[in-house]
Design a protein around this ligand. Structure first.
Ligand code: KIV
Ligand code: ZN
Length: 516
């Protein structure tokens, strides 16, 4: 069997998309899930982009042992030095260099001629090769590049030490047939192409990212770059779960090829990434949407009851979805809770388990039926929410609201030993309560990038998961709250986001907007 390497770029190309930014704890959580899932390479970030990106790559390089960790850099010495500094402690580091090779990008963005780009490729690849042996080179906008020039770039990169050549469809422009031809042609025409692994990196602007990635494999690519849930710039990247499950479901087409991915980790990975970025899967999203394995119509139900294979080409279990016969409730003990979590694919350390069990018991007192989705939300929330940060916490709140008069909210926050209270009016209970929080916490001027409430399961007493993302200056600060009471959940989320904003403002006042 030949391996198709899975290169996950959720933490770089995915994170770069609007609304998908993540903090360090969230990135580390995802990196660990990717490692557990056995991705071959994980791209941890673009270290030159910001000190936060640098730190994330450095910490991930330290935390991950069984997966190659890649850091992205432009073809500039400074980028390469910084990327190498961030990733060099990884057990298996990779540098990933890129430069645009299409006429449009070279002229309009880089203001360089083809010859100047070639010089940069030659210099930067040789420069990076002195630091690392595992070296990937990407020709940005490869699918709109002139083929003769593209072949010269690829040959130059390989001759100077690139071990992986990536031909991205940066703007999601090509069709599967074109992608297959491109990979095949470049491999055939470049004399030393057998010294490198070829890779595809497809964006989804026309909804073809998965098809194009798999077509690239038919053309000879042996690495696919993708993200969990397909998050990424604009319409996103190829989604990991789709490319991997297609190859697994159709071994007759992808004969002799396999990936190392433990597909039973897919559901949990998808859920965690959505939870972190404050989104949920569209109901009909392949593999991970809530409806992906549901059969509603009578004819389909009849078929599935007779034999699942009539309408199911892959099983929920193969992607880690289990419908446990065990129903958990207020009388369930810690042991039953733990083994239920294990069945769902979650392994918690004793402290995490204690805390999640306590929260589960509290939830049982509030809602009639605690679903697996509620339990999953509790666990994920606990694992990705950083409560160790310094700052304010909610003590209590009260609101008075009506469609007849303006809402009033009183909020009491705790800060160390201190209790601080404020009253504010607003356009509805959330506006009033957030204003009261502003009065106490005094954040700098900011706007909302996101305020979203998501009901975890389909009942009115379910948990509500709230995401808040604030923008101040060029930075975004997120907070998450989980509660059966959506006002309380909103306050948790807002307070966490403002704690982060205030902590950053104290450290970097120069980055923040002046108050009006
Ligand atoms: O889409 C793209 O071209 C990229 C490169 C940096 C690999 O993300
Ligand atoms: Zn990309």
């Amino acid at each position: 069997m030949e391996t198709i390497q899975i290169f996950d770029t959720t933490l770089r190309d995915g994170e770069q998309a609007p609304g998908c930014s993540m903090n360090l704890k969230e990135k580390l959580k995802i990196a660990r899930i990717l490692e557990k899932m056995h991705v071959d390479i994980l791209e941890a970030g673009f270290p030159v982009a910001s000190p936060g990106d640098f730190e994330a790559v450095e910490k991930i390089a330290h935390a991950v042992h069984n997966t190659t960790v890649a850091a992205l850099a432009r073809t500039l010495d400074k980028d390469i030095d910084i990327a190498w500094e961030a990733v060099k402690k990884a057990r298996n580091p990779r540098l990933h260099l890129f430069v645009a090779t299409s006429p449009l990008h070279m002229q309009e963005k880089l203001h360089l001629t083809g010859e100047q780009v070639l010089e940069r490729v030659q210099h930067s690849v040789a420069y990076a090769k002195k630091r690392v042996s595992n070296l990937e080179f990407s020709c940005e906008d490869a699918t709109r590049s002139e083929i003769d020039f593209l072949c010269r770039v690829v040959e130059t990169a390989i001759r100077n030490g690139a071990t992986v050549i990536n031909l991205p469809d940066t703007v999601g422009y090509v069709t599967p047939q074109e992608m297959e031809n491109l990979i095949r042609t470049v491999r055939e025409r470049v004399p030393c192409s057998d010294r490198a692994v070829f890779s595809v990196h497809c964006h989804n602007d026309l909804g073809l990212a998965t098809a194009n990635s798999l077509a690239g494999v038919q053309g000879g690519a042996r690495q696919i770059e993708c993200t969990i849930n397909g998050i990424g710039e604009r319409a996103g990247n190829a989604s990991l779960e789709e490319v991997v499950m297609t190859m697994r479901t159709r071994p007759d087409i992808y004969r002799g090829l396999h990936t190392h991915i433990d597909t039973t980790q897919i559901s949990q990975a998808s859920h965690t990434v959505y939870s972190i970025i404050g989104q949920s899967a569209p109901l009909n999203k392949p593999i991970v949407g809530r409806n992906a394995f549901l059969h509603e119509s009578g004819i389909h139900q009849h078929g599935v009851l007779a034999d699942k294979r009539t309408y199911e080409i892959l099983t929920p279990e193969s992607v880690g979805i289990h419908h446990s016969p065990l129903v958990l409730g207020k009388h369930s003990g810690r042991h039953a809770f733990e083994s239920h979590l294990q069945e769902m694919g979650y392994e918690l350390d004793p402290d995490e388990l204690d805390r999640c069990f306590a929260e589960f018991k509290e939830l049982c007192d509030k809602v009639k039926h605690v679903t697996d989705a509620d339990i999953e939300a509790l666990v994920t929330h606990y694992q990705v929410t950083d409560d160790t940060e310094d700052g304010y916490a909610l003590e209590w709140y009260a609101v008075s609201t009506s469609n007849y008069f303006r809402a009033t909210s009183t909020v009491c926050l705790r800060h160390g030993e201190e209790r601080v209270q404020a009253v504010a009016r607003g356009d509805g209970p959330i506006d009033a309560a957030f204003s009261a929080i502003d009065e106490i916490m005094q954040p700098v001027r900011h706007t909302f990038e996101l305020y979203r409430i998501h009901g975890i399961s389909q009942s009115k007493d379910t948990l509500g998961e709230v995401h808040v993302k604030l923008i101040a200056g060029d930075h975004s600060f997120s907070g998450r709250g989980l509660s059966t009471d959506i006002i309380e959940g909103s306050l948790y989320a807002y307070i966490r986001a403002v704690n982060r904003l205030n902590a950053y403002t104290r450290k970097h006042p120069e980055d923040m907007p002046e108050d009006e």
